[in-house]
Ligand binder design. Sequence first.
Ligand SMILES: C[S@@+](CC[C@H](N)C(=O)[O-])C[C@H]1O[C@@H](n2cnc3c(N)ncnc32)[C@H](O)[C@@H]1O
Length: 374
Amino acid sequence: MRIDDRSLKGTSGMNENALLLLPAPMEGHGVYNRNSEVQATGLIPALPLLERAAREALLPPASEPIVIADYGSSEGRNSLRPMRLAIWELRRRDGKTRPISTVHTDQPGNDFSTLFNMLASDPDSYLRDDPCVFASAVGRSFYEQILPCESVTLGWSSWAVNWLSCRAAPIPDHVIGTLSGDARVKAAFRRQAAADWRRFLTCRSRELRPGGRLVMVTLAQDEMGQSGYDSLYDQLYGALLDLAEARLITQQELRRMAVVTFARSREEWCAPFAEGGQFAGLALEEFQIFDAEDPLWAEFDRHRDAGVLAARRAAIFRAFAFPSLAAGLDGGLGSPRTGEFFVRLETAMAARLTATLDQGAKPIGCLLLVKVGA
Ligand SMILES: C[S@@+](CC[C@H](N)C(=O)[O-])C[C@H]1O[C@@H](n2cnc3c(N)ncnc32)[C@H](O)[C@@H]1O
């Protein structure tokens, strides 16, 4: 995690001198690829929307390549299936010879080496059987315009837009802003999430060709305001308190730690489109909330070993959340204590999860957007 000393003025309005913390990329060296089966399963309900988007998107003139952008790819394994599906549908429409450019984008610190090695060697790589597909990457925040104007025909993003651009406010009593007991902290995160969503849409609209399509799948709240992960995050915070009590981290470090992810409600996803059905030249064509299948719970139903379920869940949290937490250590993510911090926190979280089984629904939102003006 990088620390930016811009003031909070105009963002939360509650602490002008607080530091803004940015989310860290996922754990590298293949750890995220090996520990993201929940995300891999959760994106499946959005695949029919992606297939439809690839079928209906307006293609560029025949002399130009077709660009597919993948926003927030991490190490890329979970992008293989959606990319393969999109390429298959585009080939079906347009033949086998047109160059297709796949652009995987993520934060600058993302482990892109693992992504390219995986694309070269994974038996499921979409590069294997199509010599006219060309993969590249962009290491830049998707809260900026990161591709040329009107260059993208198809956009895809899974489990990424729930990450906010920064920590909206210090969180005195949790690592998730909306789980704080302080109403002002919750409100600051809600405002940040609303602003970030509009910023993301504005940037993508610039990049999409008229008639292009963008499909997204990520965390959402159900109609009761539950994200499905609240009790797991409570256990993560409890595990951090355990580490603080054992003096493995200081109180100051604990107070700096945050995971800046936010589950939007239906109203929050749809708000920019509420007036006139369009925002920044994008129309929301489909919006659905599903209860994602939990593959770890399905396994647990077979083995009935709470310790195994807890260890898998802790490993998955380690891969996506621990780097952001470690950035709160003195010395940041590069601290020599990071390795031990990861191991101790994973153990403490697994111990807590073993004692508190959670089978709550895991709502996810799927969106299909169209760039108007074709
Ligand atoms: C949970 S991973 C999802 C990876 C993959 N798409 C999947 O479905 O498993 C979230 C990814 O979003 C990326 N991300 C978060 N904020 C970002 C930003 N502002 N710009 C670009 N990528 C971002 C993270 O670095 C991370 O790789």
